[in-house]
Design a binder for this molecule. Sequence first.
Ligand code: UD1
Ligand code: CA
Length: 452
Amino acid sequence: MTNTYAIVLAAGQGTRMKSDLYKVLHPVCGKPMVEHVIDHIRHLDADRIVTIVGHGAEMVEQSLGNKSEYALQEEQLGTAHAVQQAEEVLGNLDGTTLVVCGDTPLISSETMKALLAHHHESEAKATILTANADDPAGYGRIIRAENGDVLRNVEHKDTNDEERKVTEINTGTYCFDNRALFETLKQVNNENAQGEYYLPDVIGILKSKGQRISAYTTPNFHETLGVNDRVALARAEKEMRHLIAEKHMRNGVTIINPEQTVISVDAQIGRDTVIQPGVMIEGPTKIGTHCIIGPNSHLQNSTVGDHTTVHSSVVLDSRVGSNTAVGPFAHLRPDSQLGNHVKVGNFVEVKKSQLGDHSKVSHLSYIGDAEIGTNVNVGCGTITVNYDGKNKHKTEIQDNAFIGCNANLVAPVTIGKNALVAAGSTITKNVPENSLAIARVRQENKEGYVKN
Ligand code: UD1
Ligand code: CA
């Protein structure tokens, strides 16, 4: 959209959160709420996005990076004062400016687009996004004339008894003619219950000057929640969790119990995959088709192929191939890569290791800093002894090797192709290909030792 700009208000401390973390950085479904707002705006193709920062400015900028430009509000004197800080960047431009609060993470791009369209159609100088709330407490109220025209907004703390009964609320999202916005901001005063410069006062001022004002009432009230405290934060989380689950279900993913499933906004899941209860999928995790992601699994920033099962397991920053089985009770730590048709069974920990296609580590093993080829069988209880107390060392197990149960592979060490390692061996030297290595005390039987 040409000549369209956006301002995101994110300078407040968020006193009502009672938190060391700045309000707009509190995550909702794994992503800071202000980042949700910015990501929704980015779908509009605005020419510029300016985020107003103040409390925690550095952390907010760090978390949003180059998704936005920034303007600093040194003292938090109110939302009108916050918007004024963008004047240096946007003040001289012709066009339309969308203003959104950094604490309304659920307002969708579609709703923002509908607001912009309504604003352009009605040729207004300012259009306010409103909603009808069952419980309007805490929100600004929209005061309309008898003919339905919007006259002004009154903040909850400034309402009289009549005004408090109004259920149409200000969502904190607006469209303005950019030049009219910055001119009018200069006329906003702070003579109100909170002694703050209120942005919605711009609406009343423009109206009193005979300018055209408009309101767009969204039918999606559930999107308009403003997060001021942790009760609202939990509500936002629930609402977004529901929206995300619904999106995946409509795309062909079965989610057995959406209420008990947490999926990040950035996750991708293929068709016919089943997500069982208690699953937590974080970050930009990508899961293929026809997978079963078992109960109580936790996947973070990972990729899973097609037809793979992950059962009651933890998968962090790792890649799992197709037709592979993980768990129950496996732990894939960062930088692990499992190929196709691989099995990593119960009580197996894998760290920074690769397992080639058709390889199996079925029970009770630690595999760290290892490169395992294809078709390798690692027996129960095998340990890669990768740490000497100072440094980590690598274990290499080449294609088709067979490691017997309860072997210690003291790294650095290489087990050659087709080699066999006898059960109970402690391997300290490389094993050449096609060889059998036995490294254990020979058994001695003392006949008759036990006297009856
Ligand atoms: C605001 C609106 C209210 C609306 C509600 C919707 C005003 C005066 N009131 O109230 O009409 O119903 O949102 O959720 O605008 N901020 C700054 N600098 C400041 C003050 C605030 O950047 O000096 C930022 C905050 O970080 C926050 C946003 O502006 O992201 C809104 O501020 P907040 O204090 O939460 O306003 P509300 O009381 O919720
Ligand atoms: Ca708020």
